[in-house]
Design a protein around this ligand. Structure first.
Ligand code: AGP
Length: 608
């Protein structure tokens, strides 16, 4: 979603801002802008669309010659108002002296706008953000100090925000403020940055300060002072960045998505090495501060791909742990009655750790006194604040908007955690655990085998690309994989794809089947197999283009078949997800789509 970068130092500020914004591009955006606080006046440059358009605007204006040492930049993912130049950030006050960028949503913007308009303020955009700039500018008239103006203005704002603010009369500082939206300060000698995501600062600074909610930082070239909203100084420690800059490099791959799919065996091996030793599951450095004896029910809350990972966990954990497990889309959980209490465990899953729906769901779970476990790929993210226990995914930074390696890392995590609990609570015998581990540990090499057949999958994708829609079907453990396959295909190829429990096909969706509808069946050779084959026959009888994914090709009805290695049914989602990721990838590639940054999507969805 939106991204913020601010810079104060001795270097060419426009380059620094563009560099930082480039590293945030993966979040998804539809306009961009920067503001430079140079000696004569604040200058704002904005463009609709990608950073290349903003770069062209900067070139036209000879910005490399600009002597500025302080500036702010933003990429915007439109929420309030279309992705136009007017609505792009930075937003500037009517007197041209105060300028800011904002992530989040100001919920009471309509009342504030009305009030400010009555006071004679002129609005030029449809954004909620613009009220903040005019509000702070009005306060500046009273206080004559940026810090005091922002502190006073903040008291009127409801919602979520991360701001980076400058004033023309105070060219020695930027103000950073956060409430429910991430913001960090990157510290170097004689230069400091503000950013909404650490990736903006990779390779630029070694240390960062994480702001907490309701904190404000006064960031100068050679100092950073953090205060609470009442103006009291808060002593903050800076932390070393432990991510490498080359994490946001394609390393020879055409797209980040393909690179991230290819990384999956390495990631799984690493996780397995960390948690499986001598036929036992161990925690290693991870902590699971959950009182399992108390847990009578488990609820997963998540969105999108993370929700599908939860669906797999539900099926596996109910088998292993013998406990009722519920899966709720976080956006539904927050508007329904949840019969949870101190005997409930709520598990929030979020790759980014910034998904607003999931965070709100966890806040509500806190109020119901449940135990809370968070599983995230970003231990530096907002969601960890709401957890009693946190498990990191160890998947490395995921740049492609379409989640792949983080999904597999989520699955692997639920398998090892499930096995660990079963082992510690004696819910599975040692023999059962040993035999499960035998199959579990083969997964990385089996994924490598699937990856080695990617050219066959590419050929099938070249056929799928010719259809306007597709249907995925499966049963049991792989139903969530079918949902995930359909989501991936929709997200990056824009082909309308839906997934159904195979047995549901005949209850309605079958009406859609004819020679123009590919049906992709995920087949597990377990007790569901015969029924699934019957469902495939039903599709074939309606002339659907039928693709099978699974173990042996035991039937000749398929127009195309992708073979996956043999494993236990419960582990098959770990293998089946790889061909569906590749099918989506190659279909999108054949259609020449913008694979890593699909239209309308954002990497972390920070609004409800
Ligand atoms: C995945 O491909 C999607 N981009 C999206 O569904 C994503 O999984 C969802 O927005 C949840 O994100 P999170 O895991 O960061 O919370």
């Amino acid at each position: 979603m939106c991204g913020i970068v601010g810079y104060i130092g001795n270097n060419a500020v426009a380059d620094k801002l563009m560099d930082g914004l480039k590293n945030l591009e993966y979040r998804g955006y539809d306009s961009a802008g920067i503001a430079l606080n140079d000696n004569q006046k604040i200058e704002v440059f904005k463009a609709q669309g990608k950073l290349a358009n903003l770069k062209a605007v900067l070139l036209q204006n000879n910005i490399s010659q600009n002597p500025s040492h302080i500036g702010i930049g933003h990429i915007r993912w439109a929420t309030h108002g279309a992705p136009t130049v007017e609505n792009a950030h930075p937003h500037i006050s009517n007197d041209g002296n105060l300028v800011l960028v904002h992530n989040g949503i100001i919920e009471n913007y309509k009342e504030l706008r009305e009030k400010l308009e009555q006071q004679g303020v002129h609005f030029y955009s449809q954004t909620d953000t613009e009220v903040a700039v005019h509000l702070f500018a009005e306060e500046y008239k009273k206080f004559g100090s940026l810090e005091a103006a922002v502190r006073s203005g903040l008291a009127c704002l409801k919602g979520a925000f991360a701001f980076c603010i400058m004033h023309h009369n105070e060219q020695d500082k930027m103000i950073a403020v956060r409430k429910n939206a991430p913001l960090i300060i990157g510290c170097n000698q004689n230069e400091n940055y503000i950013a909404s995501d650490i990736t903006a600062l990779l390779g630029k600074v070694k240390k960062v300060i994480y702001l907490d909610d309701n904190e404000m930082a006064v960031v100068k070239k050679d100092s950073v002072i953090v205060k609470d909203i009442f103006g009291n100084i808060v002593l903050k420690k800076s932390e070393e960045i432990n991510m490498k800059a080359d994490l946001i490099d394609k390393q020879g791959y055409e797209h980040f998505m393909l690179k991230e799919i290819a990384e999956q065996p390495i990631i799984i091996r690493k996780i397995l090495q960390k948690h499986v030793q001598n036929n036992k599951i161990i925690l290693n450095e991870d902590k699971l501060n959950i009182d399992w004896k108390k847990v009578k029910d488990i609820t997963f809350v998540a969105c999108g791909t993370s929700l599908h990972a939860a669906m797999v966990a539900q099926k596996v954990w109910e088998n292993w742990l013998n406990i009722p497990v519920r899966v709720e889309a976080a956006s539904e959980f927050i508007y329904q009655k949840n019969l949870l209490n101190e005997n409930s465990l709520v598990i929030g899953i979020s790759q980014s750790g910034e998904t607003a729906d999931t965070i709100t769901a966890l806040k509500q779970a806190q109020n119901l006194n449940t135990q809370i476990l968070v599983v995230t790929n970003r231990l530096d993210s907002t969601i960890v604040r709401y957890a009693q226990s946190v498990i990191g995914l160890d998947a490395g930074v995921e740049i492609s908007v379409a989640a792949t390696k983080s999904y597999l890392a989520q699955l692997i995590t639920f398998y090892w955690v499930g096995l660990y609990v079963a082992q510690e609570q004696n819910l599975l015998s040692q023999d059962e655990i040993v035999s499960l581990l035998e199959s579990f540990e083969k997964i990385p090499e089996q994924i490598e085998e699937i990856l080695s057949h990617k050219s066959q999958i590419e050929e099938i994708a070249k056929q799928i690309k010719n259809y306007p829609s597709a249907i995925f079907i499966s049963r049991a453990f792989n139903l969530p994989t079918a949902y995930e396959g359909a989501l991936k295909l929709k997200e990056i190829s824009y082909i309308n794809a839906n997934a159904y429990p195979a047995g549901e096909l005949k209850h309605g969706p079958i009406a859609l089947l004819d020679e123009n509808m590919p049906v992709i069946a995920l087949l597990e050779q377990d007790e569901t197999y015969a029924k699934l084959i019957s469902n495939c026959e039903e599709a074939k009888a309606r002339h659907a283009f039928l693709i099978g994914i699974g173990g042996e090709k035991l039937s000749n009805i398929f127009d195309a078949f992708i073979k996956t290695p043999k494993t236990l049914s419960c582990f098959s989602p770990l293998l089946m997800c790889v061909p569906v990721q590749l099918l989506a990838y190659y279909t999108a590639k054949a259609l020449n789509r913008e694979i890593d940054q699909p239209r309308n999507l954002a990497k972390s969805v920070t609004v409800e």
